[in-house]
Design a protein around this ligand. Structure first.
Ligand code: SF4
Length: 450
């Protein structure tokens, strides 16, 4: 059954053999974290992602030389019979975006850094569109809260409204160039900012009678349960309203791990899967839910989706879970055993930004620009800063995008490459070129001194 009605139905965008929008199933996508120049490793990861169920795979293209690597990766995959469309992720170079548009099925650009000169950006975008038209390539206008351009933030502040307005300018450029093969994203790490930005844009597109498909994601969501819960809370709030056509769950883990979470969201809001919640007692401000979950993972996702939006939108202030889930050996486990129910409530409350019981972490998923072991470092930072309740700490994979993307973090650990790290306090670097072996100690020293 069609999951959207005529008022919410987006246009369709063709990305190779995949159709995004128009009420089609929600497309599951992910991104490689290999270096694109390492063709062998990238092909191997694409094969794993394809086998795991990714319908679109994105790769970063940080230099013009890597456009050739991208071409080679695509050709090897096609020779293996894998026709999953590829997406080039491009920042800070409109020329690279134009070059990639001849090679892969979709190019993601970031309006905040497509070109530093706004007038020149328009010219370059027109060139990009003409290459896309010739090759049947789609574009994603991938705007992030952390990397809004200065011109826009001077006009609207660093707000969901600014995100919407920035995208509208780019949609006008699409209109000027008579180009509709466009998907849009407005990601933020903050679930409130992210949901508001998408809702504002969606409403505006509805008003104009032309709804471009939306790619949903909570950016820099981190890893483990917290990353899954934060992603599920933000993405499900929108999908439950009929907003969104494709999803990427960004986790600071191997990208294969993102697929089951994204697939769950796609299935649930494509009406192929139902929550395991069997009973709900909802008074005006508190919900009591009883679950009969087939696994611990399902309980976590069901609960995040059932209550994230209600908490985000302040429909309720508190929630309690009761019931059971099936453990690894098939035994039924009470959800309150070992404090699990209380932990899940704390995590969902924090993801919905209603109550902060631990530090808030912002960590990018890593990509071909990452020059250090992001996942291990992030886990160590989490372990050593666990006592800093309410503080916002970012761990970012690269110095090119990291500082811009870490939005409203109090402190940032940003990989520079060559074994070096920069430490940021807010938007300012306070220590540069610290060796990786000392960087976490230095970060803690600085936090304690402040
Ligand atoms: S911040 Fe992280 S995900 Fe973004 S470009 Fe840098 S390494 Fe890649």
């Amino acid at each position: 059954m069609d999951r959207m009605n005529n008022v919410t139905k987006s246009m369709t965008v063709k990305v190779g053999n995949v159709t995004i929008g128009g009420g089609n199933p929600i497309v599951v996508q992910t991104m490689c974290n290999t270096h694109t120049s390492d063709v062998e490793a990238s092909v191997a990861q694409c094969v794993r992602l394809h086998n795991a169920g990714a319908s679109l795979i994105r790769l970063t293209v940080p230099s013009i030389a890597q456009v050739e690597s991208l071409r080679e990766i695509k050709s090897r995959l096609r020779n293996m019979g894998i026709d999953t469309p590829l997406v080039a992720d491009v920042h800070f170079s409109s020329e690279i975006a134009i070059a990639c548009a001849e090679v892969v099925e979709k190019v993601r650009i970031n309006p905040g850094n497509f070109h530093k000169d706004h007038e020149k950006a328009k010219e370059q975008f027109a060139r990009l569109v003409s290459v896309c038209k010739k090759n049947g390539t789609a574009i994603r206008i991938g705007l992030n809260h952390g990397s809004l351009g200065e011109r826009i933030t001077n006009l609207y502040g660093n707000t969901p409204l600014a995100m919407k307005e920035a995208v509208l300018e780019w949609l006008q450029l699409c209109e000027d160039n008579d180009f509709n093969n466009v998907v849009i994203s407005l990601k933020a790490s903050n679930t409130f900012v992210m949901t508001e930005a998408y809702r504002l844009l969606f409403k505006e597109m509805q008003k104009r009678g032309k709804i471009f498909p939306l790619h949903l994601g909570v950016t820099e969501a981190g890893n483990g349960d917290a990353g899954r819960i934060k992603s599920a809370v933000g993405i499900s709030a929108l999908l439950s309203e009929g907003i969104g056509d494709t999803v990427r769950v960004s986790l600071t883990e191997i990208p294969e791990n993102e697929i089951p979470v994204a697939q769950y969201l796609s299935d649930r809001y494509g009406r192929r899967l139902h929550s395991s919640m069997v009973s709900l007692n909802l008074d005006s401000k508190k919900a009591i839910a009883t679950y009969d979950a087939p696994s611990k993972e399902r309980l976590l996702l069901d609960f995040s989706c059932d209550f994230g939006k209600r908490l985000l939108d302040k429909e309720i202030d508190e929630v309690e879970i009761k019931g059971t889930y099936v453990g690894e050996n098939g035994q039924r486990i009470d959800v309150s055993a070992d404090g699990y129910a209380a932990y899940l409530v704390d995590e969902v409350m924090q993801a919905a930004r209603r109550r902060f019981y631990r530090p808030e972490y912002i960590a990018c998923p890593g990509c071909g620009r990452t020059m250090y072991n992001l996942e291990n470092t992030f886990n160590e930072v989490k372990q050593r800063t666990a006592h800093l309740k309410g503080m916002v700490i970012a761990v970012m994979g690269c110095i090119v995008n990291g500082p811009g993307e870490m939005a409203d973090a109090d402190w940032g650990y940003v990989g520079e490459g060559n074994g070096m790290v920069s430490i940021y306090k807010g938007k300012e670097p306070v220590l540069r070129h610290v060796s990786e072996s000392e960087a976490i100690d230095k970060l803690l020293e600085l936090i304690e001194k402040k």
